[in-house]
Design a protein. Structure first.
Length: 541
C-alpha cells in the first residue's frame, strides 16, 4: 500500500510541475499578445483621430485662405475705374466664393462638437449679409465705375459686415485649434495609461513565473523528503528479521526508481528554464517585428492617394485643363508615379517583416519541440555525438546570436567518437557557455563579434573549446568565476558557471576558462570522457 501511495504522489508531482510550466509559457505568450493588441488598437484610434482633425483643419485653412483672397479682390475692385481690369478680378472672386461654399459644406459633416457646430453656424450666418452687401455695392459700382455712392456703401456698410465675418472665422479657427490640442493631450494620456497597463501585465507575468519557480522548488523538496523517509525506513528494516530481506530489497528497488525519476525531473527543469528564456528572447523579436509593421503602416504614404484623388475631384469640371496648364496638375502624374514606387517599397518592407515574424514564431515551436524531445530522456546516460549536442545548444541560442550579430565558426574534428554520458547535463553546460560568450561579445562591442567552437579528441577524452572576442576576464577573476554566487554582470545570478563545473565533474570531466585579460576575449574548455567513469565528488566551494 505504501509503495502505491508513493507512485501516486510522484505522478501527481510530475503532472503538477509540467502543468505549471505549460501555464507559464501560455501566460508569457498571452501577455505579449494582449500588449500588442492594446497598443495596436490605441494606434488605430490615434490615427483615425489625427486623420479627421487634419482633414477638418486643412479644409478650414483652405476656406479661410480663399476668403482672405476675396478681401484683397474686393479692395482692388473698388479702387479701379476700368471695367477691363475689374472683370478678371470679379471672375476670380466668384470662383473663390463658390469654393468657400463648397468647403464649408465639406467641413460640416466633420464637426461633431456642439460648440464647434454653433461657431460654424455663426460663421455661415455672418457670411451671408456680408456677401449680400458686397453684391449690392458691386452693382452700384458696375453701373457707374466712378460712383462715390458705391464706395461709400462699401466703407460704411460692407466693411463692418466683413469685420464681423472675419471675427466669426477667428473664433471658429481658435476653437478648432484648442480642440485639437485637447485631443492630442487626451491621446497622450491614453497612451501613457495603456503603457502602464502593459507594464502591469508584464509585472504580473513575472510574479507568476516566480510562483511557478517556487512551486517547482517545493515539488523537488517534497521528492527529496520522500526519499529521505524511504532511506530511514530501510535503516530500520535492516535491524529487523532476516525474513524481511526480500521485502527490503524490493523497497531499495523502488527507491532507486524514485532517484532516477527525480534526476530526470531536475534535468527537465534545467532545460525547460533555458527554453523559457529563449522563448522570451524570441518573443522580444516578435514584438519588435510587430511594432515595425505597425510603424510602417502608421507612416504609410498611402494617405497621399486620397489627397491626390481629392485634388482631382476638386478640379473634376476642368480636369484636362488642370492637368495640362495648372502647375500642380502638371506635377500630378509624376507624383503618382513616385507614390506608386514608395508604396511598392512599403509593401516589400512589410512583407519582409511579416516573414521575419513568421520565422520567429516557427523558431518558438522549434525550441519547445527540442525541449520536449530531450526532456524525455533526461536523467539517464546514452550514447551520442558531442557535435549534435552543440548544434542543439546553438539552435536554442540562435535568435540571440543573430540579433546581436555574433558570427559562429565551427571547427569539428570528423574523427571525434561518440560519448556515453547524461545528455541533458552536457546540453545544460553548452547552452550556458554559449549564452555567456554572446553576452561578453555584446558588452565589448567589437567591430565583428565572433565565436569559434573547436571539437577535438585525445586519450579517450573529448574537448570542446569555445573562444569569443568579447570583454575578456581579469586575472583575479579566473579562479573565482566558478564560485557559487560570483558574477560580474549587473543582472547575473552567479550560479551558471558554478553549476556547469559541478555537472562536468559529476560526469568525470572538467570545465575551465582562459583569458589574457580585459578586452582580449576568453576561451571556455569543456573536457569529457568518451565512456562514463567514476564521478568525482561535487563540491560547492
Amino acid at each position: 500500500m505504501t509503495s502505491q501511495q508513493e507512485k501516486i504522489t510522484n505522478y501527481s508531482g510530475t503532472t503538477g510541475l509540467a502543468a505549471a510550466f505549460a501555464l507559464l509559457i501560455g501566460l508569457l505568450i498571452a501577455v505579449a499578445g494582449l500588449a500588442l493588441n492594446r497598443m495596436g488598437r490605441l494606434d488605430n484610434d490615434i490615427n483615425a483621430l489625427a486623420e479627421s482633425d487634419w482633414m477638418k483643419a486643412k479644409l478650414s485653412r483652405e476656406a479661410l485662405a480663399c476668403s482672405s483672397d476675396n478681401n484683397r479682390i474686393t479692395l482692388e475692385v473698388f479702387l479701379l475705374h476700368n471695367q477691363e481690369e475689374m472683370t478678371p478680378l470679379l471672375v476670380e472672386g466668384g470662383r473663390n466664393s463658390k469654393k468657400i461654399s463648397t468647403l464649408l459644406e465639406k467641413i460640416a459633416p466633420l464637426v461633431s462638437d456642439l460648440e464647434e457646430q454653433r461657431l460654424l453656424t455663426a460663421l455661415k450666418a455672418a457670411r451671408q449679409p456680408y456677401v449680400e452687401g458686397y453684391q449690392a455695392a458691386l452693382q452700384l459700382l458696375l453701373q457707374d465705375q466712378k460712383s462715390e455712392a458705391a464706395r461709400a456703401a462699401m466703407v460704411e456698410q460692407v466693411m463692418p459686415l466683413l469685420t464681423i465675418y472675419h471675427d466669426a472665422w477667428s473664433q471658429f479657427m481658435k476653437y478648432q485649434g484648442a480642440q485639437m490640442d485637447a485631443r492630442a493631450r487626451a491621446a497622450e494620456s491614453n497612451y501613457a495609461t495603456t503603457r502602464l497597463q502593459v507594464l502591469l501585465l508584464s509585472f504580473s507575468a513575472v510574479l507568476c513565473a516566480l510562483g511557478v519557480a517556487l512551486f517547482a522548488t517545493r515539488a523537488v523538496g517534497r521528492e527529496t523528503a520522500e526519499r529521505k523517509r524511504a532511506q530511514a525506513s530501510l535503516e530500520l528494516a535492516n535491524d529487523d528479521l532476516e525474513s524481511r530481506v526480500l521485502e527490503r530489497t524490493r523497497e531499495l528497488e523502488n527507491v532507486h526508481k524514485k532517484l532516477l525519476e527525480t534526476s530526470r525531473l531536475a534535468g527537465m527543469a534545467e532545460v525547460a528554464t533555458t527554453v523559457l528564456h529563449n522563448v522570451g528572447n524570441v518573443l522580444n523579436s516578435v514584438n519588435i517585428s510587430a511594432n515595425m509593421i505597425s510603424d510602417r503602416l502608421k507612416n504609410s504614404k498611402g494617405n497621399n492617394v486620397a489627397k491626390a484623388a481629392a485634388l482631382m475631384d476638386e478640379h473634376a469640371d476642368h480636369l484636362a485643363e488642370f492637368m495640362t496648364q495648372d502647375p500642380k496638375g502638371r506635377q500630378l502624374p509624376t507624383f503618382l508615379k513616385q507614390l506608386g514606387g514608395r508604396l511598392e517599397e512599403e509593401k516589400h518592407a512589410i512583407l519582409q517583416e511579416s516573414a521575419s515574424l513568421a520565422k520567429n514564431v516557427d523558431h518558438i515551436k522549434d525550441i519547445i519541440a527540442a525541449q520536449q524531445s530531450y526532456a524525455k530522456i533526461a536523467g539517464v546516460t546514452e550514447t551520442f555525438k558531442i557535435t549534435e549536442a552543440l548544434e542543439v545548444a546553438l539552435s536554442m541560442n540562435a535568435s540571440a546570436l543573430a540579433r546581436h550579430d555574433v558570427r559562429v565558426s565551427r571547427e569539428y574534428d570528423p574523427a571525434v567518437p561518440a560519448v556515453t554520458l547524461e545528455r541533458h547535463k552536457v546540453l545544460q553546460i553548452l547552452v550556458n557557455v554559449i549564452r555567456n560568450a554572446k553576452q561578453a561579445c555584446d558588452e565589448a562591442a567589437p567591430t565583428e563579434k565572433h565565436l569559434t567552437i573547436r571539437v577535438t579528441t585525445a586519450s579517450g577524452r573529448v574537448r570542446v573549446a569555445l573562444t569569443d572576442n568579447g570583454i575578456g576576464i581579469a586575472a583575479e577573476n579566473l579562479t573565482r568565476i566558478f564560485n557559487h554566487g560570483f558574477t560580474t554582470k549587473k543582472e547575473g545570478h552567479g550560479f551558471g558557471m558554478h553549476s556547469g563545473a559541478l555537472a562536468a565533474k559529476e560526469m568525470g570531466g572538467s570545465l575551465s576558462v582562459q583569458s589574457a585579460g580585459p578586452g582580449t576575449g576568453a576561451t571556455v574548455t569543456l573536457e569529457l570522457p568518451c565512456q562514463p567513469s567514476a564521478p568525482k565528488p561535487a563540491t560547492t566551494g
